[in-house]
Design a binder for this molecule. Sequence first.
Ligand code: TYD
Length: 137
Amino acid sequence: MNKGFKLVTFNKLSDDRGNLIALEVKDEIPFDVKRVYYIYGANGDCIRGKHAHKILKQLMVCMSGSCSFLLDNGTDREVVLLNKPNQGIYIDSLVWRELSNFSKDCVVVVFASEHYDRSDYILDYEDFLRETKKNDS
Ligand code: TYD
């Protein structure tokens, strides 16, 4: 994951009853999960996120519906659409993210490597760029 973010497709366990996906820590989730949260009923016009984290790593899965992720590591910037429950995005520390274009039925589940800690947030994009430059030198 040298860009700091990666779209991944999970193995579906499907039979005539439907589909099941298992996410195991160390296999599909490359960190110990300390917190799970989810976003639903997001206003289609809103932008969520708009921050990066100093330490936190996350795996985000759009369990229902769709939404767009703008991901920026200070050098590369990509927009990724999540619209399948068998896909997820790993987001490492020091990646700026903006979530938008939420469908009405969108449910995003987030698996996080740390407990909630507001001091881990970088809320200003210029501060974020400065942090990424520090890590380069
Ligand atoms: P916020 O950081 O604005 O969400 P987003 O990253 O989607 O833009 O979080 C919304 C509110 O929820 C804010 O008051 C902080 C709180 N919150 C928690 O209490 N625990 C958590 O794990 C998270 C992610 C947010």
